[in-house]
Design a protein around this ligand. Structure first.
Ligand code: TA6
Length: 305
């Protein structure tokens, strides 16, 4: 079934079909929860969220657009488009603003599809005068699929960064491994932006904030990333396209104490692995051009490999 719910000030669509259930907020076009039947929750959602208009929700899949993180840390092609004096919010306009729900389609008994769209409000156009349209298709089934299409609807080219800033739920961060990033180069945001190479599987045992830059020449498609959760005996397969960068983030103990909507020990239960267009991988769109960013997330028991 499909229900429209109100969480304090925010409207959400609750989907439950024969394969999975999900909760999607119209603010930010944000998937907050996804759980395939017979599996534990795939996405982490903070229990400290206040569900207020204009305040980002921590957890699920916030969408960063048209810049990533702090505006000033984006490539010049992006920062030059903005009036820096305006002190824009972290991660862009899209995650704090209301999207429009265009359709809900029961594709089959095990698949439900939602289409949402977002266009800049007048006050945001004053900060960034480029006409653009975002369309997000969310498919809830035995896997969760997101397809974000950004279109330049104006007459001038523009550049943007974006991310499907996914928060995955884990049983115990100390007993997780991530495969699919081996031998990839990454920018270490916590070590002077030094470029390093991933040796073997990734484990997280301290604060981590990295941009993996996959080589465009080496491969058209990114390898599937696998988040292995030994505590819950579950793994999540993460497949992206339209992206050559992946952000991996965990604030760990100290940073956790300074984050909004985040309890001191929440870092033990989450890991962000973000399908992104950031760093060298930003997108420039000519008038009438579009670009897609796609993500498919599939939970599996660990015994499946
Ligand atoms: O994706 C990593 C990151 O950019 C971090 O540097 C961290 O600050 C995080 O996102 C969360 O940002 P937020 O604005 O949601 O607190």
């Amino acid at each position: 079934g499909i229900h429209i719910e109100l969480h304090k000030e925010l409207i959400a669509v609750a989907v439950n079909n024969s394969a999975a259930k999900a909760l999607i907020f119209l603010q930010g076009g944000q998937v907050a929860e996804y759980q395939a039947h017979g599996h534990s929750k795939t996405l982490w959602l903070s229990s400290s969220n206040r569900y207020q208009q204009g305040q980002p929700l921590r957890g699920g899949i916030p969408i960063s657009w048209p810049w990533f993180g702090q505006l000033a840390q984006n490539p010049k092609a992006i920062t030059a488009q903005f009036d820096a004096a305006a002190q824009p919010p972290a991660h862009g306009f899209a995650r704090n603003n209301l999207w429009q729900l265009d359709s809900i389609t029961p594709v089959s008994s095990s698949q439900t599809q939602l289409k949402l769209s977002y266009e800049l409000a007048a006050e945001q156009q004053a900060l960034w005068p480029y006409a653009s349209r975002l369309e997000l298709t969310i498919t809830v089934g035995e896997q969760l699929e997101l397809n974000l299409v950004v279109t330049n609807t104006g007459s001038k080219p523009f550049s943007y960064s974006s991310a499907l800033h996914s928060y995955y739920a884990v049983g115990d961060i100390s007993r997780c491994q991530v495969s699919g990033l081996e031998e990839q180069r990454y920018i270490d945001k916590l070590d002077n932006e030094q470029v390093k190479t991933q040796q073997g599987l990734l484990s997280i045992s301290s604060e981590t904030d990295r941009i993996y830059q996959h080589s465009r020449l080496q491969q058209k498609e990114l390898p599937t990333i696998r988040l292995i959760d030994k505590e819950q005996q579950q793994q999540t397969l993460i497949h992206s396209s339209g992206s050559h960068s992946t952000v991996v983030w965990n604030p760990w103990r100290n940073k956790a104490q300074h984050l909004n909507n985040f309890a001191d020990d929440d870092y033990q239960q989450m890991l962000c692995i973000e399908t992104a267009n950031v760093g060298e991988d930003i997108v420039t769109l000519a008038p009438r051009q579009s670009r897609q960013l796609q993500l498919a997330i599939k939970p599996q028991p660990l015994s499946a490999t």
